[in-house]
Design a protein around this ligand. Structure first.
Ligand SMILES: C[S@@+](CC[C@H](N)C(=O)[O-])C[C@H]1O[C@@H](n2cnc3c(N)ncnc32)[C@H](O)[C@@H]1O
Length: 263
């Protein structure tokens, strides 16, 4: 199964189906808000970093909104990578319009060109990115190769425990028991979905196929450290960053996390 190519086509189709208002105000928000499109805990982490003269990168950057916002912390240069060609073209247009020193490259992360190796002081990976990779060791190998010595990686994602839950709107969601654990934490086979990409498109449609993968916390952690990165900080939160699990916030269930590691 060529899951990477299928995901490329499905994500490009999702961008074509994006809701009319989705990020339509990006230029205005970048100009008027200090750090739009960034979660509160990420802003806290970024405030601990001196971005002066630094090159920052984002893997699976989607339409670039988070990286463009991160640039407002004062980095010298930003480069975002995403497999969806139409998103990357759109993001480059926004970077030009806002005059930000940011560019976007269309590529499968696992095939990022060697010319980007040893290039980044800082790499960002946000919610919903690592799930597209079956082999996390290969993903974090690429992170390691692209980072300079002492470079910092920050991941902000949904907690792996959330893979066990049914999401509102899914067939097996039980509103009487919304915290019911219905999937194995150790699920090996991919999630196979054809209902579009809700957070961008709002309305479901018969989409091309998305293939994604569950990863346990230990597989994320081990793939990072076995690739030569040193763990600096791990934070777990009881609040939702997915806009899908707000009804489970502050009930003792880990919903999101931040991992900080250094090369
Ligand atoms: C959920 S977004 C993550 C970024 C951001 N947090 C967001 O919510 O928009 C996932 C992105 O991963 C990209 N993607 C999926 N597989 C990829 C791959 N193999 N290489 C590069 N990008 C990939 C998709 O095109 C999509 O833009």
């Amino acid at each position: 199964m060529d899951y990477i190519n299928s995901n490329k086509e499905a994500w490009e189709e999702a961008f074509e189906h994006r809701a009319p208002g989705w990020c339509g105000d990006i230029v205005k928000r970048l100009q008027e808000e200090p750090y739009p499109f960034l979660k509160t805990e990420l802003i806290e982490e970024f405030k601990k970093v001196d971005f002066t003269n630094k090159t920052v990168g984002q893997f699976c950057c989607n339409n670039g909104r988070e990286l463009l916002s991160l640039m407002k912390f004062g980095a010298e240069k930003g480069i975002g990578f995403d497999i969806a060609e139409n998103m990357v073209a759109w993001a480059n247009g926004i970077a030009r319009e806002t005059n930000m020193k940011c560019s976007f490259i269309a590529t499968n992360i696992l095939e990022i060109d060697e010319s980007y190796h040893n290039s980044f002081d800082f790499i960002l990976i946000t919610i919903g990115a690592i799930t597209w990779f079956e082999d996390l060791r290969a993903l974090f190998r690429k992170v390691f190769l692209c980072m300079k010595e002492n470079g910092v990686l920050i991941i902000n994602d949904m907690h792996p425990v959330t893979n066990m839950l049914a999401f509102m709107g899914e067939d097996n969601f039980d509103e009487k028991v919304p915290n019911k654990m219905i999937n194995s934490y150790f699920k090996q086979d991919p999630w196979v979905e054809n209902h579009g990409m809700g957070y961008m498109c709002q309305e479901a449609y018969d989409s091309k196929t998305f293939y994604s993968f569950s990863h346990t916390f230990s597989s994320v952690f081990n793939s990072v450290i076995l690739n030569g990165l040193t763990l600096i900080r791990l934070r777990e939160f009881q609040h939702d960053i997915s806009n899908s699990l707000a009804h489970l916030e502050n009930q003792g269930i880990p919903l999101s996390y931040i991992l900080v590691a250094r090369k």
